[in-house]
Design a protein around this ligand. Structure first.
Ligand code: F6P
Length: 490
């Protein structure tokens, strides 16, 4: 199978490149080792029509990376608009933060259609397309409309929320109906998959039997593929990273004090405010822990043009400064707060230095930081993972100290327990988690998804031609009409 992987964000995989999220870091080895072509946004936009949409195509391990400038007229409505101000909050059960402007949905669909047209150049015998994440929910339908009959799979990296929440997304029926053009839709957890099935039954009125839904697009298989990491490789990187200058400087600065670490994008789904309040509570109620432990919180700025992210940035900065002001001493800073990104190589060393990993999102698809923290530990003296029970990773990493991120007192107690945990218990918990990481790596994730997608090959039925007509209401017709892929690429 000639695999074409598609995601909004891509990475070149350079050793010192800061990582802003789990998806790009996870897909990098998939592409490097499988020989796949990875198509995504170059991060730049371009005015007008594009004769040659790919700005750069370069080798990436045994695969290749193709980066595309997205259309300037639609980029804002697509990325900051519909994807990150409507879908993202809904997918993380924050209906209160859903904001939609006129034209956002149209722009989202236009960018999906643009990507579909661009992908045609990768169509060759035995091709299969594997679309990633909520930026491209409708890409499968766009590919079908262009006549693509090859397998097209989709994997959602975020949670899928309860039916009532997704109903808060404008155009949800049309959009989720379009998702059924995929042959295979993969979720991180059973709960995400169940929520999707409930929606399909209740809102689309379709039957789902044995994980298969039949719509006018044909058959779509729904299944669960929890994403993993290359635990051995990450462990080796962590062992090497102790000599990295940033990691050595951190160790030297600790003076026997213990370290807790949090690494997140600055996103309201990550539970940063509650986490900091929990540390505040711990230092207030257990004053002997002041000076005994500090928090290194790396919070990489993200999606800064969106109001909710700007507000969060101010709120967290104010809170950190308040906590540091109250608990700090002339020679002790309780929270080291860094608004920048670090490479995977440096992060591996930072995780290994910390006795506690704090991963407490309010809601998260998987959270690969949790898995990376575990993999980075020294087997002889591992740290303790304090993990939100609302992260997908909690299904596997069930010997972490699982916490409710809304219960700050409970989190404060769990942090104190982590700091006091004896070596035997730390090793027992860590070994159980590490065994799971080894048993379910990123290679297994790739192999399982691709095998399931291969299995869909024979089941695709011809799309109902009425589909093409039913979409005309949202697509602005050009003067010449029609949507010929050739014409639109020019
Ligand atoms: O699933 C969500 C996700 O794609 C993560 O994998 C990643 O952390 C994040 O979103 C990246 O967001 P952005 O590309 O907007 O920085």
């Amino acid at each position: 199978m000639n695999l074409v992987v598609v995601s909004n964000r891509v990475t070149r995989g350079k050793a010192n490149e800061p990582m802003t999220g789990g998806l790009a870091a996870a897909l990098l080895p998939v592409v490097e080792n499988s020989g796949a072509i990875w198509v995504g946004s170059s991060g730049r936009v371009r005015e007008g029509s594009q004769k040659e949409p790919f700005a750069e195509v370069e080798a990436l391990g045994s695969g290749a990376l193709a980066m595309l400038d997205l259309p300037a007229a639609h980029y804002g409505g697509y990325y900051e608009g519909f994807a990150n101000s409507a879908l993202w909050p809904a997918l993380h059960s924050r209906s209160d933060l859903i904001r939609v402007s006129n034209g956002d949905y149209l722009s989202y669909r236009e960018v999906n259609a643009f990507m579909a047209r661009a992908l045609l150049r990768f169509r060759k015998p035995d091709v299969a397309f594997w679309v990633q994440d909520y930026h491209f929910l409708a890409l499968g339908a766009e590919l079908r409309e262009l006549g693509v009959t090859e397998p097209v799979g989709f994997f959602l990296h975020t949670p899928w929320p309860a039916q009532a929440v997704i109903e808060g997304v404008p155009h949800h029926r049309e959009l989720i109906g379009a998702m059924l053009a995929y042959d295979l839709i993969g979720f991180q957890t059973e709960e995400d998959c169940r929520n999707f099935v409930s929606y399909v039954r209740a809102d689309l009125g379709l039957e789902v039997r044995n994980g298969v839904v039949i719509s006018h697009h044909g058959r779509t298989r729904l299944d669960v593929f929890p994403i993993g990491i290359d635990a051995e490789k990450f462990a080796a990187a962590a062992a090497r990273a102790v000599s990295h200058p940033d990691v050595s400087r951190l160790r030297r600065s600790l003076n026997g004090e213990k370290l807790a670490i949090g690494v997140d994008r600055l996103d309201y789904s990550k539970g940063l405010v509650n986490r900091i309040v929990a540390f505040d509570r711990m230092w207030t109620e257990q004053p002997h822990l002041a000076r005994a432990v500090s928090l290194l919180q790396i919070a990489t700025p993200s999606r800064g043009g969106i109001e909710a992210y700007g507000n969060l940035q101010s709120e967290v900065a104010k809170l950190v400064s308040d906590v540091n002001g109250r608990h700090g001493e002339v020679d002790w800073t309780p929270i080291r707060y860094l608004n920048k990104g670090y490479s995977q190589a440096v992060l591996a060393g930072l995780y290994r230095t910390a006795q506690v990993g704090v991963v407490t999102p309010l809601h998260d698809g998987m959270n690969l930081v949790a898995k990376e923290y575990v993999a980075a530990q020294n087997p002889a003296d591992p740290g303790v993972l304090v993990l939100s029970k609302f992260a997908g990773a909690a299904n596997e990493l069930d010997t972490a100290l699982l916490v409710n991120p809304h219960d700050v007192d409970g989190m404060a107690r769990a942090l104190a327990m982590a700091l006091a945990m004896p070596l035997t218990e730390r090793r027992m918990r860590w070994e159980a988690m590490m065994a799971k990481l080894r048993a379910h790596t990123i290679d297994h994730w790739l192999a399982d998804f691709v095998a399931a997608l291969e299995g869909c090959k024979s089941t695709r039925t011809i799309a109902d031609p009425r589909l093409v007509e039913s979409r005309a209401f949202w697509r602005p017709r050009t003067a010449s009409g029609g949507n010929s892929p050739k014409r639109q690429l020019q």
